[in-house]
Design a protein around this ligand. Structure first.
Ligand SMILES: [Zn+2]
Ligand SMILES: [Zn+2]
Length: 153
């Protein structure tokens, strides 16, 4: 398990799909073969994406979803990258205040647009300080607005 990846590193930034997928794969410490196995696709599919030979005809949606699931990134990131767009910031910075260790990388699944509850404990996700409503600062342990600890206990 690789747990200490800054979620900002997972965002596509002015790079081609082939470079993006390769970068994320390497960030996660996966070989092409390992990623192919995790995503249940043929290793040549990964090789084609990373060589850029899929080009404009992107991998099928189903394949995209499996690869993104294996890489633990929202499929929107891969699609943005395939269109040559960069995603400059996470769509949300929601966290589960029960499971999140303040200052550490939040679970990427919390940041999906329609995620409302934590998949681990079922608690509602928050993107604001419960006291002062300042947006939660993902790198911090304390709210910059009111100085209180994000951790309730
Ligand atoms: Zn939780
Ligand atoms: Zn606050």
């Amino acid at each position: 398990m690789i747990s200490e990846i800054n979620p900002l590193e997972l965002l596509p930034k002015d790079e081609l799909l082939k470079d993006y997928i390769k970068r994320i794969r390497e960030l996660k410490g996966l070989t092409r073969l390992k990623l192919a196995k995790l995503a249940a696709v043929h290793v040549s599919t990964i090789a084609r994406i990373e060589s850029g030979s899929t080009g404009a005809e992107k991998p099928r949606r189903e394949v995209q979803e499996r690869i993104c699931k294996a890489l633990q990134i929202p499929v929107e990131y891969m699609q943005a990258s395939a269109k040559g767009q960069s995603v400059s910031h996470p769509q949300t910075n929601k966290v589960c205040l029960s499971c999140w260790v303040p200052g550490s990388s939040p679970d990427i699944r919390w940041s999906e647009v329609d995620a409302r509850f934590c998949l681990k404990c079922g608690a509602g996700l928050r993107d604001q300080c419960e006291r002062c409503k300042e947006p939660i600062l993902l790198r911090g342990r304390f709210c910059p607005g009111c100085g209180s600890s994000y951790k309730r206990d």
